[in-house]
Design a protein around this ligand. Structure first.
Ligand SMILES: Cc1ncc(COP(=O)(O)OP(=O)(O)O)c(N)n1
Ligand SMILES: Cc1nc(C(=O)O)sc1CCOP(=O)(O)O
Ligand SMILES: [Mg+2]
Length: 553
């Protein structure tokens, strides 16, 4: 899917004689909650917070407050169809969120309608069966009632059941992590492409909410501190809408889930009362501060949590990779031969990477050994890309690994040998996964289009980079991908620690001159950033002293 609005030149729509930027359109197919906490109302607030344009297709109208659902009326088949066709003609969706589908007939109708849409439009289905408070939402009593949703399953890019719903949908127990994995596997076999199990109801781990994300290609657990609040009405609707909105903005599914979870955590932290019953989360706009982002865990870690371990136990400092000796990496050239190291190290580069993609084992071994020796000679941090076995064998300073290498590399052996680890990342999910390894640095790519390598992901741009940098803390960060002299200042302004380049050096008419220019530009940009930070700190201190002068206590 193409990223919308944030990364691409803004699409323009004519509005009278004014030109306005178009927002991505997200449909919410759901019930109306007259109390304003859940359903369509929560969905539209969430979509607004994400900066997308929300449209509603109402399936049922509820007379609902914070304490009761007094009456539910399904909209007619004709009215649901009218909403669909009217919107489709003028406001077609980039993503769809489906919440309350109030009868089997509506399921069938929606299945027929969804089948007419391109399969590239992501559909997030939040099975509204059992509310956060544990109440079963019984809408259409009798034989026509839910919970069977298979009619719609095959359209779901992601299904987001809570634990009781997962149990109801599969007929399986879901008390332990293994049982949750088995139950979700059962849903995948029924045609759902991915499942996010919301762990808010789990009793196995008291301090954390553990959500489980699984698709055909990956599985992961997201751990967030439990937020103690009674005002959690509409959390399921908001999470699913947040995921649909993030997908519409061009985030891949795992990133969309991470961002949506952070959105929910922050909203719950600022939740407020409405009536006498459960109030609602606060729909605050993006961006979201680092403290609300979840941790990325594997199943073994979650099993340990179920047995009483804490998050801190899972990441002891003894399991961290050695830190960089020179934390200020500056300009970080990524080159494919020792000949390049010989040209660039005398210029004062302190961090460099040997990235050889084609060579036989003997050549590789010789190049890596020579690179290590040069690193020692120039007291430079030389990282070896990919070839971690040779790096280990030959005693390299560091290795740089991609996400796909993490499954096969012997990380424990590298750590024990004191070899530094740099890890690639391309978005929120990979960043959290990299961070969980306690590496020596985290690379954030690719910022701009690059011709050096075929990238499966989209360029991130500097707006997203600025959000990733604080999330990577305390690990140093390196930006990579399409960076050159013109773009360097904008990249450095994000606060990233280092900038890695390939072609800006290797394809320059005068690589030594280009390197020196990039080094000087980076040093200048960092100095300017420091001056800006100092000025901000001064302004803040001044404001505090003025407040103290007015109200000394
Ligand atoms: C500093 C830096 N960042 C990212 C990469 C990419 O590494 P990887 O994901 O291993 O991909 P390849 O470089 O092997 O194509 C990097 N090399 N350096
Ligand atoms: C090797 C590499 N890795 C990337 C990532 O995003 O992981 S981008 C990239 C290529 C960087 O080359 P250039 O500076 O010529 O664009
Ligand atoms: Mg690699």
């Amino acid at each position: 899917m193409q990223p919308h609005s944030e990364l691409m030149p803004q699409a323009a729509k004519m509005n009278g004689n004014k030109t306005a930027a178009a927002k991505a359109i997200v449909w919410s197919i759901a019930g109306s909650d007259s109390g304003g906490g859940a359903g369509i109302q929560a969905d539209l607030l969430t979509m607004r917070a994400f900066g997308v344009h929300g449209c509603s297709l109402i399936t049922a109208i509820t007379a609902q407050s914070s304490v009761e659902v007094a009456r539910v009326e399904l909209v007619s088949e004709q009215m649901l169809a009218a909403q669909w066709h009217t919107l489709l003609a003028d406001l077609p969706p980039v993503a769809i969120k489906i919440g309350l589908v109030a009868s089997r007939a509506q399921q069938q109708q929606l299945a027929t309608l969804l089948a007419t849409l391109p399969t590239t439009i992501p559909v997030i289905i939040d099975p509204v069966l059992i509310a956060s408070c544990g109440d079963t939402l019984t809408l259409d009593p009798g034989s026509d009632a839910l919970p069977e949703l298979p009619e719609l399953y095959r359209f779901a890019s992601l299904l987001t059941p809570n634990l009781p719903e997962l149990a109801a949908l599969t007929g399986l127990a879901v008390t332990t992590p293994d049982q949750i994995i088995t139950a979700t596997a059962c849903l995948l076999t029924q045609g759902v492409r991915a499942v996010l199990v919301k762990g808010g109801h789990a009793s196995g781990c008291k301090q954390l909410a553990l959500d489980y994300l699984v698709s055909a290609t990956q599985q992961a657990w997201l751990a967030s501190p439990r937020i103690e609040t009674a005002h959690n009405h509409g959390t399921g609707c908001s999470l699913a809408s947040a995921i649909a909105s993030a997908l519409a903005l061009g985030y891949p599914l795992d990133d969309a889930v991470v961002l949506a979870k952070a959105y929910l955590n922050r909203g719950l932290s600022a939740a407020y009362a409405t009536g006498q019953g459960a109030g609602t989360l606060n729909h605050l706009p993006l961006p979201i501060a680092v403290e609300y982002f979840p941790h990325w865990l594997n199943t073994a870690q979650v099993q340990a949590l179920y047995q009483g371990a804490t998050l801190a136990d899972l990441q002891p400092s003894s399991a961290a990779f050695a830190p960089l000796e020179q934390q200020e990496m500056g300009l970080y050239p990524v080159v494919d031969s020792v000949a390049w190291l010989k040209r660039l190290l005398p210029l004062g580069i302190n961090t460099i990477q040997l990235r050889i993609k084609t060579a036989d084992q003997q050549q590789l071994s010789a190049e890596i050994a020579a690179a290590i020796a040069l690193g020692k000679q120039y007291q430079a941090q030389v990282f070896i890309n990919d070839h971690w076995q040779l790096a280990l064998q030959l005693g390299a300073y560091g290795v740089h690994l991609g996400q796909e290498d993490l499954a096969t590399a012997d990380l424990a052996a590298l750590r024990q040998a004191g070899i530094r680890l740099g890890v690639s990342s391309h978005g929120y999910a990979e960043l959290l996964r990299a961070k969980a390894l306690q590496p020596s640095y985290i690379a954030l790519g690719h910022i701009f289009p690059t011709k050096t390598k075929q990238m499966p992901s989209q360029p991130q741009g500097v707006v997203r980079l600025a959000q990733y940098v604080p999330l990577a803390a305390p690990y140093p960060t390196v930006a990579i991908g399409g960076i050159n002299a013109e773009r360097l200042a904008a990249v450095a302004a994000t606060g990233v620690n280092s900038i890695a380049v390939v072609t800006a050096i290797t394809e320059a008419a005068d690589p030594e001159h280009a390197t020196q220019l990039l080094m000087a530009l980076l040093a200048k940009a960092k100095q300017e950033a420091q001056v800006r930070q100092l000025a901000q700190a001064k302004e803040f201190a001044q404001a505090i002293s003025e407040v103290n002068a007015v109200c000394p206590n």
